[in-house]
Design a protein around this ligand. Structure first.
Ligand code: PMP
Ligand code: GLU
Length: 391
């Protein structure tokens, strides 16, 4: 035992499993092992050139000083306009810039959650959500949708009443399942939250990545949702900006003002250079580069859907959005007498393919594969998984 001890709260927080798995895959690669990482969801494309140029220009032009903590006035204005893409209409003071979607979620939770407040997390959910809720003193409550991947109005209402929950965190297009609800399904969730007085934290970071006939609909686009929803979005995934650490939070003015006060003390302003680059994302007039990249994700999605279903013991429903495939590995696990955590470990060590176990998303028996990887890597990974499972 050292001379000082860490806080009880920090002891309750586990490290990000998605980041830990990608760090482990990177370490194995550095060690000379030919690991294919379908672990962390990070686009394999570089940041588009005009955005990178805007960042370089910002450094050259001396835009390297503190800005207003909630972002430059230009960026807040441009972001408010950018939200119109998603049928969301915000004034600049209803939008703030943050250092990525993670701080957006954390600042918003800090602005909303009192000690002991229960927050509903429909499963499957991104592993950072329960940790973030605990970090701000709240209590995460898992909610299993009664029918598949999308919670119904009754699911939310029943859980809200049973646990006296104050809010719900939803994420569509979903990480890890790729589920994209219809507008009616989203509206039903809004009605459930409205009937029980809950706030909705809507993580829409994958909003632009929807395939086939799917359309992304935000709960904040409904009249009853507008005043009870806090929206998280940004260019992290759509514009390959994972390392830039820039994102947006939008919602009722008072909540944004509270999150901005917290951010001013905890983070200060998000990186001034990244803000200039984000301005370019918001003002982007030509979608062709984005569409080209989206088409590449789509091609990989279709490849993985067919290839995984051709492997005995694995099943995959066609993912509808984001860049994840949530593979049903229950048969493969049962055949080997192991769970998804052990299967993921064996795949990494013996087949040199990094994936994330469904258990991390409160969805045991499944494996998450990220298809934000090259076609070449996906083909090799599928071969390795098939070979491994046939042994
Ligand atoms: N929300 C979800 C659902 C995610 O998958 C991620 C992963 N990056 C984030 C938020 C965090 O995004 P950022 O890198 O912008 O913090
Ligand atoms: N969100 C990505 C994932 O789920 C990246 C890792 C992270 O930010 O935790 O893999």
């Amino acid at each position: 035992m050292g001379a000082i001890s860490t806080s009880l709260r920090s002891q309750q927080i586990s490290t990000s499993i998605t980041l830990a798995i990608s760090a482990r895959a990177a370490a194995m690669r550095a060690d000379g092992q030919d690991v294919i990482s379908l672990g962390a969801g990070e686009p394999d494309f570089p940041t588009p050139e005009p955005i990178a140029d805007a960042g370089v220009g910002a450094i050259r032009d001396g835009k390297t000083r503190y800005t207003a903590a909630s972002g430059t006035p230009q960026l807040r204005k441009a972001a408010a306009k950018w939200f119109e893409r998603f049928d969301l209409h915000y004034a600049p003071d209803e939008v703030m810039a943050t250092a990525g979607a993670k701080p957006a979620l954390t600042m918003a939770l800090m602005a909303l959650v009192n000690e002991g407040d229960r927050v509903l997390l429909p499963t499957p959910y991104w592993p950072s959500y329960p940790e973030m809720v605990k970090m701000v003193g709240g209590v995460p409550v898992d909610v299993t949708p009664s029918d598949g991947l999308i919670p119904t109005r009754e699911d939310l209402e029943n859980a809200a009443r049973e646990h006296d929950a104050k809010g719900v965190m939803i994420n569509f297009p979903n990480n890890p399942s790729g589920a994209v609800p219809t507008g009616d399904q989203i509206e039903a969730m809004v009605d459930g939250a409205d009937a029980t007085g809950m706030w909705i934290m809507s993580d829409e970071i994958y909003a632009r990545l929807v395939y086939d006939d799917n359309v992304h609909v935000s709960p904040a686009s409904f009249e009853k949702g507008r005043d009870r929803t806090i929206v998280v979005n940004g260019g992290t995934k759509s514009h390959s900006m994972t390392g830039w650490r820039i994102g947006f939070l939008a919602g009722p003015k008072d909540v944004i003002a509270a999150a901005a006060r917290l951010q001013s003390q905890a983070i200060g302003n998000p990186c001034s250079i990244s803000q200039e680059a984000a301005l370019e994302v918001c003002n982007e007039a030509d979608d062709s580069e984005f569409e080209r990249r989206k088409a590449a994700f789509d091609e990989r999605r279709q490849f993985l859907h067919e290839a995984i279903n051709a492997i005995p013991g694995l099943k995959l429903d066609r993912p509808q959005g984001a860049f994840y495939a949530l593979v049903d590995a229950r048969e493969a696990c049962a055949a080997r007498g192991i769970d998804d955590v052990a299967l993921t470990e064996q795949l990494l060590v013996e087949a040199l393919v990094a994936a994330v176990p469904g258990t991390a998303f409160a969805f045991p028996g499944f494996l998450r594969l990220s298809y934000a990887a090259s076609m070449d890597d996906l083909e090799k990974a599928v071969d390795r998984i098939r070979g491994f499972l046939s042994k």
